[in-house]
Design a protein around this ligand. Structure first.
Ligand SMILES: NC(=O)c1ccc[n+]([C@@H]2O[C@H](COP(=O)([O-])OP(=O)(O)OC[C@H]3O[C@@H](n4cnc5c(N)ncnc54)[C@H](O)[C@@H]3O)[C@@H](O)[C@H]2O)c1
Length: 252
C-alpha cells in the first residue's frame, strides 16, 4: 500500500543518512520529493537514486539556516509539484563533542543556526504554503539528546529540545488549519554523522553501541518509517508529539 500517493514532500538534509533514506521512502510510497541540502553533489545522487527506482524528485541547494534559501526551497515544491503536503525538517549538524566550558562560542552559535533556526524557517515558510493549500504534516528531527542530557552535547541537545517545543507551538497554533506538527527523536543511527564522531573519538563507538537497550545501532530506515507514519494519514490524529525511535533508551 502506498501511503503518500500523489503528495508532495520536502526533505531537508536529504543528501545523506536519515534524510536520504526518508526521501527515498516517501518516493517509494508515491510522493514527489524535493531533496534539499547544502551538498549539491550528494543531493543529486539522492535524486538519481529515486529516479532509478521509478520515483519523482528534484534537488534544490538549500542552507536551512538562511531564510531566503528556506523560502526558495518551499517555493520549489509549489512551482514544480503544485504545493506541499509534507515537510521533514531533518538537516542538522552534530557540533563539537565537548563539555560546556570547553564548547566554543562559534560552534554553539552554528549549531543553533542550523539545528534550531533552520527548523524555525522551514516551519514558517512551510506553514505559509500549507495554509494556502489545505494543510499538511510537518515532522522535525529531534533526538534523545533533546529529551535527556547526553554529556558533551549541550548545544546540540538544547537545540533539539527547542525543536520538540517548537513542534508543540506549531501543532497548537495550526490545529484548526489541517496542519499537524510532530517530531522524531532517534537514538543512535548509523549514518555519516555518527561515523564522523567515531572517527574523531574512537572511544565513543563502544559507548554508542551500548546506548540503546535494543542491541546495535538503528538503521536509517527505522527512522524513515516513523517519519512516513507521521507524514501519512495513518497518524491523522497525532499532533504536537515527539516520537522516540531509540530502542527503549528513554524508557529507562
Ligand atoms: N545519526 C544519529 O544517530 C542521530 C540521532 C538522533 C538524531 N539525529 C538527527 O537526524 C537528522 C539526520 O541526521 P543524520 O545522522 O542523517 O546526519 P548526516 O550528517 O548523515 O546528514 C545530515 C545532512 O544534512 C545536511 N546539512 C547540514 N547542514 C545543513 C544546512 N545548513 N542546510 C541544509 N542541509 C544541511 C548535510 O549536508 C547532510 O546531507 C539530524 O537532525 C540529526 O540531528 C541523528
Amino acid at each position: 500500500m502506498k501511503l503518500v500517493e500523489d503528495r508532495v514532500a520536502v526533505v531537508t538534509g536529504a543528501a545523506s543518512g536519515i534524510g536520504r533514506t526518508t526521501a527515498k521512502t516517501f518516493a517509494d510510497h508515491g510522493a514527489s520529493v524535493v531533496v534539499a541540502d547544502v551538498d549539491a553533489d550528494a543531493g543529486a545522487e539522492t535524486v538519481a537514486e529515486i529516479a532509478d527506482d521509478g520515483g519523482e524528485a528534484t534537488f534544490v541547494q538549500t542552507d536551512v539556516s538562511d531564510p531566503d534559501d528556506a523560502k526558495a526551497m518551499i517555493e520549489t515544491a509549489v512551482d514544480e509539484f503544485g504545493g506541499i503536503d509534507v515537510l521533514y525538517n531533518n538537516a542538522a549538524i552534530e557540533g563539537p563533542v565537548a563539555r560546556l566550558d570547553e564548547y566554543e562560542n562559534d560552534a554553539f552559535e552554528q549549531v543553533i543556526e542550523v539545528n534550531l533556526k533552520g527548523v524555525w524557517y522551514g516551519m514558517k515558510y512551510g506553514i505559509e504554503a500549507m495554509l494556502a493549500d489545505g494543510g499538511g504534516s510537518i515532522i522535525s528531527a529531534s533526538s534523545i539528546g533533546g529529551e535527556v542530557a547526553v554529556p558533551q552535547y549541550s548545544g546540540y541537545g538544547a537545540a533539539k529540545a527547542a525543536v520538540s517545543h517548537l513542534t508543540k507551538y506549531a501543532a497548537i497554533e495550526y490545529a484548526e488549519d489541517g496542519i499537524r506538527a510532530n517530531a522524531v527523536a532517534p537514538g543512535i543511527v548509523r549514518t555519516n554523522m555518527i561515523e564522523r564522531t567515531i572517527e574523531e573519538h574512537p572511544e565513543m563507538e563502544a559507548q554508542f553501541l551500548e546506548t540503546e537497550p535494543m542491541p546495535g545501532l538503528a538503521d536509517p530506515q527505522e527512522i524513515a518509517n516513523a517519519v512516513l507514519f507521521l507524514g501519512s494519514d495513518l497518524s491523522s490524529r497525532v499532533t504536537g508529539t515527539t516520537l522516540p525511535v531509540e530502542g527503549g533508551y528513554l524508557a529507562q
